[in-house]
Design a protein around this ligand. Structure first.
Ligand SMILES: Nc1ncnc2c1ncn2[C@@H]1O[C@H](COP(=O)(O)OP(=O)(O)O)[C@@H](O)[C@H]1O
Ligand code: SF4
Ligand SMILES: [Mg+2]
Length: 348
């Protein structure tokens, strides 16, 4: 499937009320002397039944964002609200209770599963503390859940070591849906899989979302996967969101130089960032412990000017048209000039 045909599927799907709302989220790592913000003031909202893709280089804080939403790392500031039983948003429960509201699928299924147990037991794990199934029926329920992810009953008693990577990831997906949590964090769920099975697992995730109105935060460093599965996409750089908007619009008309460079770096997704002068990404992402002042991207940005070191650019609406669905925003002092082709280059 091409990126264009993947995007066309998204067209016309109706948006529902939010199932996940994150406001000004800050996550701090380290001790008193060496602490830093791995996520630094991120706000996102995902409609029920929708997928928000999150993209960015390694070290940009994507996994930390997902773990904080899932209650697996503490939040230093901000709020996380999740769809509650009454259909409205409510503050996420304590980390223990949150498993019924937010589930998580990790990159490496082998690490997420108990290697010594038959997989049906891993699948029904979330049902036990919530008493969602009668104990003697648990195995049947496990087999049923495995069936939902395309695995036959002969798989149920196997250990993870007796399965392929793709099958193992299907097991962790079955476990994530077992808890009936409305919101699922998918942290690079196909990145560790053989390329030949990636598309099948992506399709499965999308089918489950549609069947059960699940809401996904889908993390990837692969623009093609994001284009295939996400409705909206957020671009992270050093703990901050630098651009967010409908995936079609962001891929076609990226406004932030970082997004433009990311898209340029993947030729098969090259949906024609208009400015011919935009270059691919150079240099390494700086150490998150010592982020640059002002705009964090300025050390790699070809358009950086003096003000970029002094003032952090605010997120602004950059939408092509008012009726383009959810807001398209970017945080760059010079996005208009860059778009118009009049932005001066950084002095050397
Ligand atoms: N448990 C941890 N303790 C301290 N620093 C961490 C921890 N986990 C991640 N980090 C650091 O936080 C930053 C963001 O990491 P992460 O969220 O894993 O980014 P990504 O998923 O985008 O690669 C990185 O600088 C990483 O080294
Ligand atoms: S604010 Fe300045 S440094 Fe940051 S992306 Fe925009 S032009 Fe580049
Ligand atoms: Mg990660």
């Amino acid at each position: 499937m091409t990126v264009d045909s993947a995007l066309s599927i998204r067209k016309g799907e109706e948006r529902q009320a939010p199932a996940l709302q994150v406001r000004d989220l800050v996550v701090r790592y380290g001790g008193r002397r060496d602490s830093f913000h791995a996520v630094d003031g991120v706000s996102v909202e995902v409609a029920r039944g929708a997928t928000l893709g999150i993209i960015g280089e390694s070290g940009s804080g994507k996994s930390t964002l997902a773990k904080a939403i899932a209650g697996l790392v503490p939040i230093a500031a901000g709020t996380v609200e999740v769809l509650g039983p009454d259909g409205g948003l409510a503050p996420a429960a304590s980390s223990v209770g949150r498993a019924g509201q937010v589930q998580m699928i990790f990159q490496d299924p082998a690490l997420a599963l108990n290697l010594g147990r038959p997989v049906w037991k891993s699948v029904v794990e979330p049902l036990v503390p919530h008493r969602l199934a009668v104990p003697r029926r648990l195995r049947d329920r496990g087999v049923e859940l495995l069936g939902q992810v395309g695995l036959g009953p002969e798989i149920a008693d196997r250990r993870p070591g007796q399965m392929s990577g793709g099958q193992r990831q299907r097991v962790t997906i079955a476990r994530a849906v077992a808890a009936r949590a409305p919101v699922v964090m998918c942290d690079e769920p196909v990145a560790a899989l053989d390329i030949s099975v990636q598309a099948g697992v992506l399709r499965l995730l999308d089918e489950l979302r549609e069947a059960s109105d699940l809401t996904y935060l889908f993390i990837s460093h692969d623009m093609a996967s994001i284009a295939r599965i996400a409705h909206d996409v957020g671009v992270m750089y050093l703990g901050r969101l630098v651009e967010i908007g409908p995936v079609r619009e962001v891929l076609r008309s990226p406004r932030h130089p970082y997004t433009q460079a990311l898209i340029r770096a993947v030729p098969r997704v090259g949906l024609g960032a208009r400015d011919a002068e935009i270059q691919t990404l150079e240099g390494e992402i700086p150490d998150a412990r010592r982020p640059p002042s002002g705009c964090r991207f300025r050390t790699r940005c070809p358009f950086a000017q003096e003000i970029c070191a002094l003032e952090e650019p605010p997120a602004e609406s950059v939408a092509e048209s008012a009726d383009s669905g959810s807001a398209h925003q970017a945080a760059c002092h010079f996005w208009r000039e860059i778009r118009a082709g009049t932005a001066p280059r950084r002095p050397d």
